[in-house]
Design a protein around this ligand. Structure first.
Ligand code: PEP
Length: 253
């Protein structure tokens, strides 16, 4: 049984003050919620404060939105896994399509980050997904296979059990356009098939999140699909009540 995992990707939103007021409000909404793993990935500047407020909470884990593939050194503006671990960060989002498209991240770079994250005790959330042009050209399966094989090269079956994959069709991110539950399920089944080729039976244990305009009103139908084990939520995670509603939709599944 794969425990559902709902993660907030705040992107470049939320000051420290906004983070404090979010968490105070959000906690009251998820007080009674159990059985779902919740992750919040704020911007780097809010991680220390959020870590202090969470105090090692088992209900809500801290995530980061990125990290560098070296442990230290002359890499101006970058953050290392050691810095994240010191603040009790548990998850790190890697290979988000915005990183791939706007900051030139390739599968090879993502792979180096995945390897260091795992070696450092961080759980990677590895993002893959096709553009609209690729979908229209009938290349979804091919794109997913290339991204997964490239980003996860060298990851052992044991390491794969602590790794989360997020299927995020690029055309659905921040656009208000969501993949239909059937489209998402089809892609998730393909992701699991590729994972089976990489790590055999362990693929059945890997959690695969859907991401792309998940909202309180579409979460239940997406999370009801057999291979959808959670959600990576951007815009709708910035509002405590709405984000809690998405989490509650996962409890019911
Ligand atoms: C994301 O940032 O990963 C994402 C899915 O964003 P949104 O929910 O806003 O589409």
């Amino acid at each position: 049984m794969r425990k559902k995992i709902i993660a907030a990707n705040w992107k470049m939103n939320m000051t420290v003050a906004e983070t404090v007021s979010f968490l105070e409000n959000f906690r009251s909404h998820v007080d009674e919620v159990n059985g779902v793993e919740i992750v919040i990935a704020p911007p780097f500047t809010a991680i220390a404060k959020l870590s202090e407020m969470l105090g090692g909470s088992q209900k809500i884990s801290l995530g980061a939105q990125n990290m560098h593939f070296e442990m230290s050194g002359a890499f101006t503006g970058e953050i290392s896994p050691a810095m994240l671990r010191e603040l009790f960060v548990r998850f790190v989002i890697l290979g988000h399509s915005e990183r791939r498209q706007l900051f030139g991240e390739t599968d090879a770079i993502v792979n180096k980050k995945v390897a260091l994250a795992l070696a450092s005790g961080l759980k990677p959330i590895v993002c893959v997904g096709e553009t609209l042009e690729e979908r229209d050209a009938g290349k979804v399966n091919e794109v997913l296979e290339t991204q997964l094989r490239g980003s996860l090269a060298g990851v052992t079956a044991e390491q794969m059990q602590t790794t989360v994959v997020a299927y995020e069709p690029v055309w659905a991110i921040g656009t208000g356009r969501t993949a239909s539950p059937e489209q998402a399920q089809e892609a998730h089944a393909q992701v699991r098939k590729v994972l089976a080729g990489l790590v055999g039976e362990t693929a059945a244990k890997v959690r695969i999140q859907y991401g792309g305009s998940v909202k309180p009103n579409n979460a239940a139908s997406l999370l009801g699909q057999p291979d959808i084990d959670g959600a990576l939520v951007g815009g709708a995670s910035l509002e405590p009540h709405g984000f809690a509603e998405i989490i509650k939709a996962a409890v019911a599944k």
